[in-house]
Design a protein around this ligand. Sequence first.
Ligand SMILES: Cc1cc2nc3c(=O)[nH]c(=O)nc-3n(C[C@H](O)[C@H](O)[C@H](O)COP(=O)(O)OP(=O)(O)OC[C@H]3O[C@@H](n4cnc5c(N)ncnc54)[C@H](O)[C@@H]3O)c2cc1C
Length: 427
Amino acid sequence: MRVALIGWSRAGKQKLMSKSMLHGGPRVNATMGADVLVVGAGAIGCSIAYQLARAGIDVLVVDRGDLASGSSGACDGYVVTQTKHPGIHAELALKSVEAFEHLSDELRWDVQYERVGGLIIIRGPGQRAAMERHAAALKESGIQVEMLDRRAVADREPFLDGEYDGATYCGLDGRVDPLNLTRGFAAAASRLGAGFSFYNSVASVVVRGDRVTGVVTSLGFIACRVLILASGVWTAALLEPLGLHVPIKPRRGIVLVTEPVPPLLNHVVLDARYIAVKFGMRSGDETCGAFEHYGVGLALEQTADGNILIGNTREFVGFDRRVAVEPVSAVRSYALRVAPRLGGIGIIRSFAGLRPYTPDGLPLLGPVEGVEGLVLAAGHEGDGIALSPITGRIVADYVCSGMVSREMRACLPGRFDIWKTGVESEK
Ligand SMILES: Cc1cc2nc3c(=O)[nH]c(=O)nc-3n(C[C@H](O)[C@H](O)[C@H](O)COP(=O)(O)OP(=O)(O)OC[C@H]3O[C@@H](n4cnc5c(N)ncnc54)[C@H](O)[C@@H]3O)c2cc1C
């Protein structure tokens, strides 16, 4: 698929303004412009900006907050392949893992990526059968997953001495620091000439005729040839006034943080129920009460500083990021079933973040048909950190070449019925 008016070679591109005017942070004024404008300085927007700047494209990132002030600053750092849908989702995760291997060197920034291996805890024969099927399907996508019995799990992870029957193991899985990841992308993008404008809120997207011309922000109008919305859970609100309805909605997750402790966890740990809740399936370990109500699944990760992150919930409660006692105690008591010794470690804080949920679990990546120059890069649910390297590449390749790759084709916004009322543009 070839897309007109997007995609230009480095030599052929025409700048709206001199690049030097875009450098050096939030120096935005009413006459600002960029060839490519990215809304959102989370992991996704910064990864895209890095790839575009690397390709020599004139790019400006605008955010109403600071770096990672949205979901990318209120999340865990799992880079896990086992939790992905077999097929394109798993393939994207695999390509991201390959990119993570050398990302710190490439960005010249320690993103604190570690490929420690991942365990998905299993309880009962129903979960074992489901995970065996899942592992077989992932194998088709190039991801090798082993089935472990309880003893093998306890040998690898002695801290897990509670109730469970076994686990799946994947050596490709690991963790990264989401804040350092976002900062690393942004620092490298900036070094390569990308501009950043923080504390600058985009009020509206301006469309003239059938093409995007820029955005109105709290600091004035910013012109662009290509507008990339990497605005996470807030993307639908920016598109609604154009008559566009994207099915991205916030799905709250609550995480508890322990005091720093000496190394206790050797892997990143999730459970089968976590995957079932994520994809809206039955877990085969039906629990009752608070676990069901708050969509609790197990997620245990120890950061480089020694804090254990205990997660987490999945709830549709709009944009409410408050943390209440009931879900916190549900998350804690659920985790204690598998790791009772967590009970002796102090919880120092908790936080809530919003996952950008989509109905099929895949992000919306690529052009919006009918509005030239408008590109979406949002809706990564609980996978935006893990998929950020590959998302940056896919979106930047599209902007540079005008070609929709196989990966992008599977994630195009047009797979949903997004035009319910027709485009509404300025006359
Ligand atoms: C509890 C929890 C745990 C998670 N754990 C993991 C995990 O282990 N691994 C993983 O891969 N993913 C995880 N995720 C998911 C991950 O956090 C998201 O998928 C990812 O951060 C999305 O990144 P983003 O850049 O698309 O969005 P964001 O980081 O939200 O960035 C969007 C940015 O757009 C800006 N913006 C929005 N509207 C406007 C506007 N009008 N004007 C200007 N700026 C605007 C916002 O300020 C924000 O900074 C988790 C999420 C949660 C909530």
